[in-house]
Design a protein around this ligand. Structure first.
Ligand code: 16G
Length: 257
């Protein structure tokens, strides 16, 4: 019996009571977590798995589709099903104000964004507070799924006063480049990070299981004049990011708002 076949041989005897496709799914997940199947390994064909586990191909297909949806496996047309490559964690300094595009370019990763929304709106009370806007002012909203080397890493929902950015459609691939071109690139930011469990919609965009760990990040950025230019709420994948801060023996100062 091959190593891969051994993974499937006892599916029927495992997890009594649970539907067969769930038992198969669990066997594969367990094999991935204990390293019996490694990132990039090819799975046997549906027919071979069905024969090893003594279950129907329909059941095998259902388990595999489930695992593909949850990012454990990937399917490549014409070449089969593979264990998904492991996410390289991105280490991100908390002491430099940089853009997503700059961060990824420095690591040699390709950046891509999928636009979720961009337009000019009346500000919400939260945006009015954060950006210091009156109720008559308008706000440009820019929501994007940020992708590096084909892995979705974050959903970013930025709000900029329309006074600084009247046309969100004028943004190319980088919001900060667009702000710089208009002479209003932020020079300072305050960032708040908190833990979250990803809801259905965000998890689907980030290609992880609903309920997975995520990071809510709120960034408020300032111009040299002290005016707020950006209020961005982001959701980052918890399995992809390490935020790193350098700490020095301090004088007890707080963060200036
Ligand atoms: C970063 C910022 C985000 C900013 C974006 C601009 C965090 C948590 N967020 O992702 O606030 O809007 O960069 O990136 O770091 P861009 O210039 O590539 O559009």
């Amino acid at each position: 019996m091959t190593d891969a076949a051994a993974i499937f041989a006892h599916v029927k005897q495992s997890g009594a009571g649970a539907p067969l496709y769930l038992r198969l799914r669990k066997s594969i997940e367990d094999a991935v977590s204990r390293g019996a199947l490694l990132p990039g390994d090819a799975l046997p064909s549906e027919r071979d798995i069905a024969a090893s586990a003594d279950i129907s191909r329909v059941t095998v297909r259902k388990a595999i589709q489930d695992l593909v949806q949850h990012g454990v496996l990937v399917q490549r047309h014409g070449s089969g099903t593979f264990v998904a490559p492991r996410m390289e964690r991105v280490e991100q300094s908390l002491s430099r104000l940089t853009s997503f595009t700059e961060d990824m370019a420095r690591r040699g990763l390709d950046v891509r964004s999928v636009w979720l929304d961009r337009g000019v709106y009346a500000p919400s009370p939260e945006e009015m507070m954060a950006l210091g806007l009156s109720a008559e002012a308008m706000v440009s909203r820019v929501s994007r799924l940020r992708i590096a080397n084909d892995t979705p890493l974050a959903i970013e929902r930025a709000s900029i006063s329309a006074g600084f950015l009247p046309d969100p459609n004028a943004i190319g691939s980088s919001l900060y480049a667009a702000l710089e071109a208009r002479g209003c690139k932020p020079v300072r930011a305050v960032q708040r990070i908190s833990a979250t469990n990803l809801g259905e919609a965000d998890a689907e965009l980030l290609e992880v299981t609903p309920g997975s760990a995520g990071l809510n990040i709120e960034r408020i950025s300032y111009l040299p004049s002290g005016k707020v230019v950006e209020f961005t709420r982001s959701v980052y994948r918890g399995d992809a990011y390490d935020f790193v801060a350098e700490l020095r023996l301090g004088t007890g100062e707080g963060i200036a708002p």
